[in-house]
Design a protein around this ligand. Sequence first.
Ligand code: SAH
Ligand code: SF4
Length: 404
Amino acid sequence: MSSSVTEEAVETGITEGGNPSAFRDVLAKNHHARRKPPQHFVDMTKEERAAAMKELGLPAFRASQLSHHYFAHMTTNPEDFTDIPAAKRDELANRFFPTLITPLLVQTADAGTTVKTLWELFDGSRIESVLMRYPNRTTLCISSQVGCGMGCPFCATGKLGLTRNMSTGEILEQVRAAAVAMRDGQVAGGPGRLSNIVFMGMGEPMANYKSVLSAVRQISALPPAGFGISARNITVSTVGVVPGIKKLTMEGIPLRLAVSLHAPTNQLRDELVPMNRRFNVDQVLDAAHDYYLASKRRVSIEYALMRGINDQAEHAHELAKRLNHYGDDWVHVNPIPLNPIEGSRWTASKKEDEQAFIEILHRAGIAATMRDTRGDEIDGACGQLAAKSLVTNPSQPLATVTNR
Ligand code: SAH
Ligand code: SF4
């Protein structure tokens, strides 16, 4: 990275095309003071891996072998490193594959095809990921931050505030764990393949841009450089951090972009999504439409339906008008039934209002499908990931709870 890049830019990864100062106050105040997670193989550049190998007295090609073990075989166990001198295996595993996430609790629902895992990170922070197996795909919803600083009042993660950004290693380890569970037949339905990733767990991905993008690249690269999950099957969901959307547009990666709109007017969105006061509905939709033009990928508009707040016919008409202003066929609206969170004054819409909302969009020529709310009985549905302390005895790290 060039020396002209500012400190904020290094922190957020927002460089040319974005506006680093726009991010300054969405990071935790004491963010810089926090200890960083141990450096992992996937946090390192090729040069850094080679230099670290040299320090251990090993040639650079050993890094390629580790890449193979991590991404192709999805193992970090030194006993599997059979192509590496036995005397060096433990040292390599310790240096390059520190344990970054440890399961505290695994909960299942939907006959074992929805699996939520509560993870503990190196500093005791807790995050969650949710695996959802469908007949023709398996999707993992992952976290990118510990908590979230965006303060959406209806969101459980928002209530926690932001503790810190997660490293690329911490993000990728959620993916590896799920990919292994699928490969090894640990999820109901037998062996299979993890096919889709959504950044819809805890956190705002655009506020941790650099680590998220590095994770995206390594999730999508073909083995042995990555897990080989097509970028087309990866969704990054944002509350509408416009500089992040612009930067992503310039990356030219065929990701799916999801924008959490939740309201068609600034007056209402200011209330539901505090970030709207920085980047309003027009700015967010302009950026989303530019993303569509550049990527040719339909943008998803997330819209949590809240009873009597944003779920009336007038809101659907206004939303349709705003979206159609940009032309046809560029968006797909995903109304989400609100998952009410404890102590929140918002509740889910009535079924007939949900139906009417979707019908108005359809009549206006807009693709819209109600989002599936799998896992809501284990608080695994999006927006409910708040890493409640469910385990009281940490000496028994892995508990399994089945809800059905
Ligand atoms: N921070 C990002 C991604 C994580 S949230 C974002 O906001 O887009 C993933 C999705 O869950 C978002 O669309 C978010 O608005 C939605 N969500 C949050 N709380 C919710 C709740 N209580 N019920 C339903 N959806 C919720
Ligand atoms: Fe953060 Fe997204 Fe929750 Fe808003 S909805 S508080 S941006 S995780």
